[in-house]
Design a protein around this ligand. Structure first.
Ligand code: C5P
Length: 225
């Protein structure tokens, strides 16, 4: 694969689950007319693929082989694994849990690197994940770390689940959130942490619009540097 065209601007938005980064990243991309990468979806697709193929989530070589050849596409507003629309399936809590397990395997992360970098296309990219600013796009022009308290994030997830007609248990969600954060933060490779040059935005008491404006202002302040 050809190397990333480094003159194409990347805005890296990292943070823990349900910090609002997905929504913020998508809106920023739409305001600027940039491409959008939801890197978490690739880890979720890898976990789902392993589950479907009966590959154990700690089988590093087996899961990495699936990740390298993932027949994943994003089109028609949906996420596809080969011919199957898995938009809803990859959002299941069990798949998120699985994603966080396979994401701790170094060979899986390597297998997904080129695929993520290939999203760097003109006129620019907004990339959302855990290691966009630290690893995948370490040369991003603007880096943001979005965070919020575990309770606030669990409450957002709770509302989303209830709105979709699912049942949900708030204390269990807080516990899941903390377990996932601990795994993402403690792992040896590409742990969840702000890049040294990232702007920290705490969205605990902030609405989405304000977070979007803060990211845009940060990007504009970096342009021309
Ligand atoms: O962002 P999302 O919740 O969809 O990501 C699912 C899981 O994938 C995360 O809990 C994390 O373990 C992993 N992930 C990662 N690196 C990324 C994006 C996601 O390790 N860049």
């Amino acid at each position: 694969m050809t190397p990333s065209p480094i003159n194409i601007p990347v805005i890296a938005i990292d943070g823990p689950s349900a910090s609002g980064k997905g929504t913020v990243a998508e809106r920023v991309a739409s305001v600027l007319g940039f491409h959008f990468l939801d890197s978490g979806a690739l880890y979720r697709l890898t976990a789902l693929s392993a589950m479907k193929h009966g590959v154990a989530l700690d089988n590093e070589a087996g899961v990495a082989a699936l990740a390298a050849a993932l027949p994943a596409t994003f089109h028609d507003g949906a996420v596809w694994l080969a011919e199957e629309n898995v938009t809803e399936a990859i959002r299941a809590e069990a798949v998120g849990e699985g994603a966080s397990k396979v994401a701790a395997l170094p060979a899986v992360r390597v297998a997904l690197l080129d695929r993520q970098r290939a999203y760097r296309q003109a006129p620019g990219l907004v990339a959302d994940g855990r290691d966009m600013g630290t690893v995948v796009f370490a040369d991003a022009v603007a880096k943001v770390f979005l965070t919020a308290s575990a309770e606030a994030r669990a409450e957002r997830r709770y509302k989303q689940l209830i709105e979709k007609g699912n049942s949900a248990n708030l204390p269990a969600l807080v516990a899941d959130m903390q377990a996932r954060d601990a795994r993402d933060t403690a792992r040896a490779v590409a742990p969840l942490k702000p890049a040294s040059d990232a702007l920290l935005i705490d969205t605990t008491n902030m609405d989405i619009d304000s977070a979007v404006q803060a990211v845009l202002a940060h990007y504009r302040s970096k342009q021309g540097n």
